[in-house]
Design a protein around this ligand. Structure first.
Ligand SMILES: Cc1ncc(COP(=O)(O)O)c(C=O)c1O
Length: 421
């Protein structure tokens, strides 16, 4: 076991094919998969290309179910409740297509939700003459109780659905989804959880969570290829689930009909990313070579230390280090203070307002803050910046391939930017 040492590259970095000079600190938006997972993706693409008839008619559906079984085991449900979708956006669109809204119905979101998700629900509500209600979470005193209370004070007799992130995108906050689901269930309101960051970042047991819908992208912390995601639909909702894209709606191999038939064959497409998802999970659950491991806090543990354990351990050390570096170098502070709302993999920092005014930066898609481009062009650092009300946030991720040096480089580069511009 080694201490995470300051200037050395991560001992895990060679499992990815990231360029040596790039500090990749945006696993939260686009997480590169390890080489072993890329190989699995290539294997499945070859299977398809070699003999497409055999692949689509005979191999694909059983192989999808096998991969789903591994995923289902990982997220604590049965494979009968899961379908693969291209990404969380796709899954959320299926939920929107399945939600029957009438005039005066309400869909409840909050102001930490992902922009595209809010946009989808605004459109869905507008089409039906329903209302999108956006709950503003408190800016100060943000903790489990205040988040929970803020959401439920906006619930009315018209609320037809609560949409909530498991881990929010701009602020990297862990929402109290267990508590939200329990209360919503007592009130008879379905809950749809937008969960792309949570899978493999946090323990997830869908059976215990008992939400109605859970959408996720597997290309984030689960380390599966791009183009892989899943939608969980609770058994009580499976009868009313509708596809967002209409195709044949049946099994191509002639299986018994079921609710998933609308989702497996969405026209001809390459399902290699779905099939490689099982190998991403196998990678995370494999035993980590001890000589590369970050020093364990509890060295008494007799449980094998998996790559997932190592990911969580290393990320915790690195996000703490990032917090210290950014605080001391440029007085940037994490936006989330409460321990129970924080995670160990991704932290959003508020950049000092006097140095980083946001008047001309709205952070819309395709509009980048000059600091983001400057960090890339001058320091080979990839990291997202987000406009959050009047504040500018910088969100740093930590993964197995990251090293301490990258966070000191980040802090020094942000400080230099304020001197340059
Ligand atoms: C909270 C949240 N929801 C949804 C999405 C959309 O994910 P995707 O682009 O993979 O569909 C993201 C992307 O970062 C996100 O952070």
């Amino acid at each position: 076991m080694t201490e995470t040492s300051a200037n050395e590259p991560s001992p895990w970095r060679s499992l990815w094919n990231l360029p040596d000079d790039v500090a990749y600190l945006n696993h939260g938006s686009f997480g590169p998969s390890p080489i072993v997972v890329q190989k699995s993706y290539e294997y499945w693409t070859r299977q398809l290309e070699q003999q497409p008839m055999n692949f689509f008619l005979r191999e694909m559906e059983p192989a999808l179910e096998k991969s789903l079984a591994v995923l289902a085991n990982f997220v604590g449900t049965s494979r009968g409740n899961l379908v693969f979708v291209d990404n969380a956006t796709f899954g959320m669109n299926i939920v929107a297509a399945s939600t029957r809204l009438e005039t005066d119905d309400e869909v409840l979101v909050n102001d930490h939700e992902y922009g595209a998700v809010t946009r989808l629900w605004r459109r869905t509500c507008q089409k039906a003459g329903a209302r999108l209600v956006t709950c503003e979470l408190p800016a100060a005193e943000l903790h489990t109780e205040s988040v929970f209370e803020s959401i439920f004070t906006r619930v009315t007799s018209h609320t037809k659905l609560i949409v909530v992130s498991h881990v929010t995108s701009p602020t990297a906050m862990v929402m109290p989804v267990e508590k939200i689901c329990r209360r919503a269930k007592e009130l008879g309101i379905p809950v749809c959880i937008d969960g792309p960051h949570a899978v493999a970042m946090l323990p997830l047991n869908l059976r215990e969570l008992d939400c109605d819908f859970y959408t996720a992208s597997c290309h984030k912390w689960l380390s599966a290829p791009f183009g892989s995601g899943f939608l969980y639909v609770a058994p009580r909702q499976q009868k009313r689930i509708q596809p967002a894209v209409i195709s044949w709606g049946g099994s191509i191999s002639g299986r018994q009909p079921g609710w998933k038939d609308e989702f497996n064959w969405l026209g001809t497409r390459n399902p290699a990313a779905f099939l490689a998802t099982a190998d991403a999970i196998r990678f995370l659950l494999s035993t980590a070579s001890p000589e590369n491991c970050t020093q364990l806090e509890n060295t008494q543990s007799t449980k094998p230390h998996t790559m997932l354990d190592e990911l969580q351990q290393r990320s915790r050390q690195l996000t703490q280090l990032a917090t210290n570096e950014l605080r001391h170098t440029i007085e940037a502070k994490p936006i989330i203070h409460d321990r129970s709302l924080r995670n160990d993999s991704m932290v959003s920092f508020v950049l000092p307002a006097e140095l980083f005014p946001t008047q001309s930066f709205k952070g819309k898609a395709g509009h980048r803050h000059p600091l983001q481009d400057w960090l890339w062009q001058h320091h080979r650092i990839e990291i997202p910046l987000v406009a959050w009300g009047s504040q500018l946030l910088i969100r740093a991720s930590a993964h197995l391939y990251n090293s301490p040096e990258e966070y000191s480089r980040l802090a020094a580069a942000v400080r230099d930017f304020t001197h340059e511009v």
